[in-house]
Design a protein around this ligand. Structure first.
Ligand SMILES: [Zn+2]
Length: 396
């Protein structure tokens, strides 16, 4: 064979035995070894063509191990699941390293501007005025990072972003008709916001976001997310909505501080405030909170939470016109998408006592995001159906 290093002839040297882990247990085989005398480079062409991993797994076992490592609560459970379902025995650390290798491969594709499967145009669902609406979302999610020496790492934020086409809101649907399924593609990793922008735009372009009449960006308040949405999806009529889940969680915390030790009363109060927010919007809810008959002597927790909530509502009221959004037939972020977003990485990364190295968390985020994306994305990666980079316009 031709030596890939120096283009000289690399001669056949020997047949070398190797043992693999296959779906059917250990598998011994021999493959030809070629060696280049000029540059000292040796290789096994069969292993490369067959996609044998450096950890002696067949491609099928690699795929299963990644699935188990990605969907289970821990790599240890992943190894157990693998043994239960396929009688494949791998150590916890092999499941972990294999999953992380795959995550790095996914990230490398994205980094090169490559996506999985062919470009498509989603049939964007329509709002109350018949406009086809495309949604993007981005949210930061806390992961506990482990830095050198076990110190908490400064690290980049873990983001979950996505482009999605939710079913029409309930009041726009035909009664008795099952809603079309949610279509969503996710992106997640420890990125800087500037890095995330082009990746998300490319993901959106791949599903035909340009063809939608209206774009809606759902984000949390603060930490540059509104600016991120404006910069990356800056159509003049871009609609920015504060993902309802976030102000609702402020109200829940406030209700708990008001009724410490009475979970039921706190829950009822939180629900009443959330209803008010949904029906009357952020500005009015803020006015109600300001005029509330608070106890004369507030606890420290209540004082702090009230101040945080008022600030948050004051800063984001322009994105909390929920009754208007409802009348337009738009989604406000609670429900299926919000929960899907949380499950992309939240469940797996935030488990009790979990601490992650930055590289490991970044890799796992990619596995989770691809796995949770609409059907076909995960499969396209494994079938190596990669769409190479095409020019993506900076939308200006
Ligand atoms: Zn050579």
């Amino acid at each position: 064979m031709i030596c890939p290093q120096c283009d000289r002839c690399a001669g056949y040297h020997d047949d070398v035995p190797r043992t693999l882990v296959s779906l059917f247990g250990p598998l011994g085989y021999q493959r030809a070894y070629y060696y280049c005398r000029r540059c000292g480079h040796g290789r096994y062409p069969f292993d490369e063509q067959a996609g044998i991993t450096p950890r002696n797994l067949t491609p099928a076992v690699e795929q299963l191990a990644t699935l188990a490592g990605g969907v289970c609560d821990s790599f240890e459970r992943g190894a157990d699941l693998l043994a239960d379902m396929a009688a494949v025995r791998l150590s916890e650390s092999t499941v972990e390293r294999t999953t992380e290798d795959v995550g790095r491969r996914i990230a490398a594709h994205l980094d090169r501007g490559e996506l999985f499967g062919p470009p498509v145009v989603w049939a964007w669902n329509r709002d109350a005025k018949g406009r086809r609406v495309a949604y993007v979302t981005v949210d930061a999610t806390g992961t506990r990072q482990q830095g050198p020496g076990g110190r908490a790492a400064e690290g980049r934020m873990a983001y979950v972003a996505g482009v999605y086409n939710p079913p029409p809101v309930e009041w726009l649907r035909q009664p008795g008709q099952a809603p079309p399924p949610l279509q969503a593609r996710y992106l997640s990793g420890l990125y800087a916001l500037e890095e995330l922008g082009p990746l998300l735009r490319r993901l959106a372009a791949q599903v035909g976001m340009e063809h939608a009449d209206l774009w809606i960006a759902l984000t949390d308040g603060g930490s540059g997310l509104e600016g991120f949405a404006r910069q990356n999806f800056n159509r003049p009529d871009l609609v920015l909505i504060l993902d309802f889940y976030h102000p609702a969680s402020y109200l829940e915390a406030l209700a708990k501080a008001l009724h410490p030790g009475d979970a039921e009363q706190a829950k009822a109060q939180a629900e009443a405030w959330c209803r008010l927010l949904k029906e009357e919007g952020g500005a009015l809810t803020l006015a109600v909170l300001r005029a509330w008959d608070w106890p004369a002597r507030k606890s420290k927790a209540l004082r702090e939470q009230l101040q945080k909530t008022e600030e948050y509502f004051a800063n984001n009221a322009h994105r909390m016109e929920y009754p208007e959004y409802w009348a337009e037939g738009w989604h406000i972020g609670s429900g299926v998408v919000e929960s899907a977003c949380k499950t992309v990485v939240g469940q797996r990364l935030k488990g009790a006592g979990k601490r992650w190295g930055e590289a490991g968390a970044h890799a796992l985020c990619h596995v989770r995001a691809l796995y949770r994306s609409e059907k076909g994305q995960w499969q396209a990666f494994w079938k190596r159906q990669v769409t190479k980079r095409t020019g993506v316009q900076q939308i200006k």
